[in-house]
Design a protein around this ligand. Structure first.
Ligand code: ZN
Length: 165
């Protein structure tokens, strides 16, 4: 059984039904899922879909599956994983990313360390923010930074446009 994200543990708020992944993910694969992914369809309408993400270590990558339901999204992710595992040999290309991330031109596998970064790496967010409740100390520090920023800003003159930061 893969490592299910905290929010998706059976009985927790994203998984009241107690659903469990059906595919043979390895034990060290971290898997969050949910229903907030937004997919744009060709007709110009957008609709909300389910998503299932997997962070396997063999190989080390990130996979996102989508579907109308979470089980469908898991199957989509699993199919992508099988394609990655069947790849005869990865050949990475940057596809515009300058942070070292690359994508295999055969199986589409993403790797965060395919290349030497061309720029300072961006801070990495945890895969599922719901899993990492912010500590009271960090919350207070964050608030202080926001207030310090606000206090430093000039009050715009009457009628002038405020530029978004
Ligand atoms: Zn490949």
């Amino acid at each position: 059984m893969p490592q299910i994200s905290q929010a998706c543990q059976p009985g927790n708020w994203k998984n009241k039904e107690g659903w469990l992944p059906q595919c043979a993910w390895e034990d060290d694969t971290y898997v969050p899922w949910g229903g907030k992914g937004l997919v744009l369809v060709k007709e110009g309408e957008s609709y909300t879909t389910a998503f299932f993400e997997a962070f396997p270590h063999n190989p080390d990558t990130f996979i996102r599956g989508e579907g109308r339901t979470v089980p469908e999204a898991e199957q989509d992710a699993w199919n992508k994983f099988q394609r990655i595992r069947a790849c005869p040999g990865h050949e990475f290309e940057r596809r515009g990313y300058t942070n070292g991330c690359g994508f295999c031109k055969h199986c589409n596998m993403s790797s965060s360390k395919a290349f030497e970064p061309l720029e300072q790496p961006a801070p990495v967010l945890p895969p599922d923010e719901d899993d990492e409740p912010i500590s009271p100390e960090d919350f207070r520090r964050g608030l202080e930074e926001v207030f310090a920023h606000i206090l430093k800003r000039k009050v715009p003159e009457e009628g002038s446009r405020v530029e978004a930061p």
